[in-house]
Design a protein. Structure first.
Length: 317
């Protein structure tokens, strides 16, 4: 089925675009108003940076949000150097494993390993490759000098700096698609909506990786202090449900008639945001006082009223 894509603004075939990235534990909350080309590019150039940021990966690993591939999340690279000892470590299942060392100097072989058993195994293999017989190898090892070092407690440093232009754009994308879900095409005529669409479009249709949008001023303008009072209310409500709330999105107008989208990912403070979606909206722009969408841990989705949210009046949950 064809539709007008809310990113490229062209008539194209619809696709299933996850409003919140699937890798954030969202299976079913989608929009079909993004074409396949824009969908793929949003995934590659907007969502990918966000979901693979070190901080987000820590949260995803803790919550077991593995995403489309189902592959377990790895926080660390395959190897790293200890800041204190300078020793090399491998990472297996995100746990550091000492990388054995073999040093040959003045006809003396020095083997450093994480255990005596591992050290002896490495020494046998090394001596065998050097052409020694099995008997000679055992004789050498029988007379070798053994010593046990103090266990190394490695320290590693990994970058966790945030490119706010890219990180924030993923949040703005969520807010933009959710606002359109609530208000429909009438929202697209708003000047702020046009600016957001253009920024998203520029970010995904670039000539090379160096030109990916990193517009910090754009992000600073649209990000406002998080609605922590509402986040607190949602957290309290979640405790009353049999199935916990995973994510919550809220669209509402402020007393000065601005349109704001609250995005509470995982109901976690550090990844909860409030985004300015429109300036000076007409008082009758919103059909409802507030739009609230709850996404639960079982992937079910419910749109609720403010009154029902506070009362937690849902028999099926």
């Amino acid at each position: 089925m064809t539709m007008k894509c809310i990113i490229c603004n062209e008539e194209k075939t619809e696709s299933k675009e996850h409003i919140i990235p699937k890798a954030m534990g969202n299976d079913n909350f989608i929009t079909n108003r993004v074409c396949r080309s824009c969908n793929n590019k949003l995934g590659s150039y907007v969502d990918d940076y966000f979901i693979n940021h070190f901080i987000i990966k820590i949260i995803r690993k803790d919550r077991n949000w593995v995403g489309e591939s189902g592959i377990p999340i790895k926080l660390f690279p395959s190897n790293a150097v200890d800041k204190v000892s300078g020793k090399h470590f491998l990472f297996r299942d995100d746990k550091p494993i000492f990388l054995p060392e073999v040093i040959l100097e003045n006809d003396v072989m020095h083997v450093e390993a994480s255990s005596l058993e591992e050290g002896m195994k490495i020494a046998r293999k090394k001596l065998d490759r050097m052409g020694f017989s099995a008997e000679r190898i055992e004789e050498i090892l029988k007379n070798c000098s053994l010593s046990e070092k103090q266990t190394i407690k490695p320290e590693f440093s990994f970058p966790a700096n945030i490119e706010w232009g890219r990180f924030g754009l993923a949040i703005v994308k969520i807010a933009y698609e959710y606002t359109h879900r609530c208000l429909g095409d009438s929202y697209l005529e708003n000047e702020t909506a046009r600016v957001i669409r253009q920024e998203l479009f520029k970010s995904i249709y670039h000539e090379n990786d160096t030109s990916i949008n990193n517009n910090n001023d754009f992000i600073k303008y649209h990000f406002i202090p998080c609605n922590e009072d509402m986040l607190h209310i949602v957290k309290n409500c979640s405790e009353r449900f049999t199935v916990p709330i995973r994510h919550c999105l809220i669209l509402h107008k402020t007393p000065d008639k601005q349109l704001v989208c609250d995005i509470f990912l995982g109901l976690i403070n550090i990844i909860s945001f409030s985004v300015l979606m429109a300036e000076k909206m007409a008082s009758d722009y919103l059909r409802e006082q507030m739009y609230i969408t709850l996404i639960f841990d079982d992937s079910s989705i419910i749109d609720v009223s403010p009154e029902n949210l506070v009362e937690s009046n849902f028999s099926d949950k």
